[in-house]
Design a protein. Structure first.
Length: 86
């Protein structure tokens, strides 16, 4: 896996294509990552007690590592050319 926790990534496929976020968690065995603010899913929770109401909880779901691309800093990604001395 070429990305790790804390890396800034860009989504290249799926419903959140083009968005950027920071990796919160990596699931190495499943080749998936959890990205902050990306792939939000709603989980409906039933009430556990008679006087409690149900709720809807929004969480980030894992996304496959092939759908993310590491974003380099602009300073690092600037190409430098070397000329041969002749």
């Amino acid at each position: 896996m070429k990305v790790k926790v804390g890396d800034q990534v860009k989504i290249i496929a799926g419903k959140d294509k083009g968005k950027e976020g920071k990796i919160i968690k990596t699931l190495r065995k499943e080749d998936r990552v959890v990205v902050e603010g990306i792939n939000i899913v709603k989980k409906h929770l039933k009430p556990r007690y008679t006087n409690e109401t149900g709720s809807i909880q929004e969480t980030e779901a894992p996304i496959h590592v092939s759908n993310v691309k590491k974003v380099e800093d602009k300073v690092k990604s600037a190409k430098t050319s070397k000329k041969k001395a002749s």
